[in-house]
Ligand binder design. Sequence first.
Ligand code: HEC
Ligand code: HEC
Length: 360
Amino acid sequence: MKMLRTLLWTSLAAASVTAHAMNGVDGAVKGMGSTNVNWQPLPEMPPIPADNPVTEPKVLLGKTLWFDKRLSKDGSLSCNSCHNVMAGGDDNRPNSIGLGDKHTDRSSPTIWNVGYQSVQFWDGRAKTLEEQAKEPFISPAQMAMSSWDALLERLNKMPTYVEMFKASFPNEENPVTPDNIAKALATYQRVLNTPNSAYDRYVKGDMMALTEQQVRGMKTFAEAGCTTCHNGANFSGQQKEGGFFMKFPLFSGSDYDKKYKLLDDYGRYDITKNEQDKHVWRVPTLRNIALTAPYLHNGTAITLFEAIKVMAKTQSNIELTNDQITDIAMFLDSLTGEFPVQTMPRMPAALGMTFTSKKK
Ligand code: HEC
Ligand code: HEC
């Protein structure tokens, strides 16, 4: 069986996958059979910034903040409401529902393995997890606190929180600060990693870890040019400073532009105002992708099959057969990893605190 897989792999390297269709693509797809992909397993830990080391008290503080709904305006939403760590790390909605039934413009990305991303958000507007963590609390479409002061006031009313901040940042006199809230949340997220997927075991040498169909899908994934962008251990491209971005749709003009509303959101352009950043997006991870439907920044692709079809057309300018798409989907399914068990933290007692939608 092992032999068979190896043979299959070699013969597939020479196989032609709609070769004629791919030839027309400049740069986006390398020549058939020359897909020299450096398949990498997920490293044990993502990069850890020198000024925010991972420590046990900080992970616990970050986790407690992560699950605490009392840190939203009316006490009804936590980070976990939109990034469920008991599931795929997202909310399976096209847009997330924030306070007062406000909807976010974009779909919630998974936070599993988020530490391996070089930049955060679909448009990469936050350079680090620390920077990202400052947005949700005061964003009106998310947790909608009126100000950082209002949030700090709440935390300071819960003595156990103050103790936890002191344990996490022992050298600081007044550690309950926005920076430290962000540092604790970033630290918790950096341990939310899912190694040891079937794919990881396969590239580490366990040839039985993938089915024949998945091996075929892996090959087709490379030959269809997907690895031009989705490469590296996290399938999110080169993790260089400043982020890894690509235009989407790269090949516009197909029916998909309208069907999936691909031209409604300017993406990175809204941040930089550079003309060439129109419809430019950060390349997202494909790990655990089977769990995080619907797909794309606007959640318009309901199934993974659809998302793959759209990608092949708009990013590689090719039509894949249904069988090829199914093979790729089965390969992507092998990127579902092992999830570290999550236990619910005990919440610090809130003394004399009530929540109504009218309060700050
Ligand atoms: C109301 C739903 C909602 C809540 C609550 C929420 N998020 Fe998000 N989160 C989103 C959405 C939607 C995005 C994508 C926004 C975008 O890219 O423009 C996002 C993006 C992110 C990202 C970037 C992930 C990536 O791959 O780019 C991280 C990290 C994150 N959130 C962490 C948090 C943390 C920490 C909290 C709590 C302090 C939180 N979120 C609360 C909906 C939510
Ligand atoms: C030219 C770069 C590029 C190529 C080639 C490419 N992608 Fe993508 N991919 C992206 C970008 C950028 C996004 C984010 C799209 C968005 O913002 O909605 C994305 C998103 C996705 C998503 C949805 C992720 C999510 O969380 O919703 C899937 C699935 C996907 N790609 C699979 C593929 C497959 C399979 C191929 C090959 C057929 C491929 N991609 C080829 C750049 C690329």
